[in-house]
Design a protein around this ligand. Structure first.
Ligand code: C2E
Ligand code: MG
Ligand code: MG
Ligand code: MG
Length: 288
């Protein structure tokens, strides 16, 4: 009967929910132990300046190779850590780790660290950054903090205080995943940021959907007017890179150049990428 079938669906739903809760609990515990046991690492994805192909910085991305299980993706891990507040512990660790590792890179190469809105909203967050810089000796100008627009949805006075204090220190603030979620250009007039990162959702269809190119162009024009730098993320093809270069986008990031790699490989990337770009551009010049 329909009633029986309905009951069956509920049981099935219950079962799935139970499995998800179990997986969630299991990961929550394992992730706390994993960070404490040194299983987590930051890998670094280069940011490439389109003008000359130089690597100008790297974004630190969390990587957890869970023993006996394989890699756990940030997409699964971070929402759990955000719901429990453990993301704050991860953020503190990542800040220190990224500053310490970036210290060995040739200046003025920068390092970008992703910080959850939950963490950035805390009163005195800027002091944690100050402390990480002081303890590691990294120059403030070499650190970028990436936050997302979600922070402005429920902005507190602490958000503005942290933003202003960090910028006063010389730390750069980046608005990540720009154009997704609740983007409002008015944020850019209310909250001071140094750079925006246009989400890769726009890049995917850059050449196939003119609207995407229009939006990217418009954002870049406004950003330039406001004196804000622009990075475009998720660049995977030469064609996308050329389109962006023609629009005078400051820098790009994507699998075309490199995915995030372990810290010890950053030195090699800095040398290899500009050379690869130079070679890729040569035939274009010769032909045209
Ligand atoms: P995000 O900050 O926007 O980072 C960019 C994501 O896009 C990374 O995924 C990166 O590997 C991926 N990506 C870069 N280039 C390409 C490309 O050309 N094609 C494609 N398909 N993907 C590309 P990842 O490492 O899985 O991180 C996902 C998200 O998790 C990040 O998005 C960020 O929001 C969050 N996350 C990662 N590490 C941390 C962290 O240490 N702390 C916090 N709070 N969040 C983090
Ligand atoms: Mg980011
Ligand atoms: Mg992003
Ligand atoms: Mg993203």
């Amino acid at each position: 009967s329909a009633k029986e079938a309905g009951k069956g669906r509920w049981q099935c739903f219950d079962h799935q929910l139970e499995q998800r809760v179990q997986r969630w609990r299991e990961l929550d515990g394992a992730m706390r132990a994993g960070l404490a046991d040194g299983e987590m690492e930051l890998h670094y994805q280069p940011l490439v300046r389109l003008e000359d192909g130089q690597v100008v910085g790297c974004e630190a991305l969390l990587r957890w190779m869970r023993p006996g299980h394989g890699p756990v993706s940030p997409a699964e891990m971070i929402p759990i850590a955000e719901s429990t507040g453990f993301i704050i512990t991860i953020g503190r660790w990542a800040l220190r780790q990224a500053c310490a590792e970036a210290l060995t890179w040739p200046p003025p190469l920068r390092v970008a660290v992703n910080i959850s809105s939950i963490h950035f909203r805390l009163a005195g967050f800027f002091r944690e950054v100050e402390q990480a810089l002081a303890e590691t000796g990294l120059a403030p100008g070499r650190l970028e903090i990436e936050i997302t627009e979600s922070i402005f949805l429920a902005s507190t006075p602490h958000v503005l205080e942290n933003l202003s204090a960090l910028r006063a220190l010389g730390v750069r603030i980046v608005l990540d995943d720009f154009g997704t979620g609740y983007s409002s250009l008015s944020y850019l007039t209310q909250f001071p940021v140094d750079k925006i990162k246009i989400d890769r959702a726009f890049v995917r269809e850059l050449s196939s959907r003119p609207e995407c190119l229009s939006v990217v162009k418009a954002i870049m024009i406004i950003a330039r007017d406001l004196g804000i730098d622009v990075t475009v993320e998720g660049v995977e093809t030469e064609q996308q890179a050329e389109l962006l270069r023609a629009r005078r986008c400051d820098s790009v990031q994507g699998f075309l150049y490199s995915p995030a790699r372990p810290a010890q490989e950053v030195g090699g990337l800095i040398e290899r990428i500009p050379e690869a770009i130079r070679l890729a551009r040569q035939p274009l010049r010769a032909a045209g």
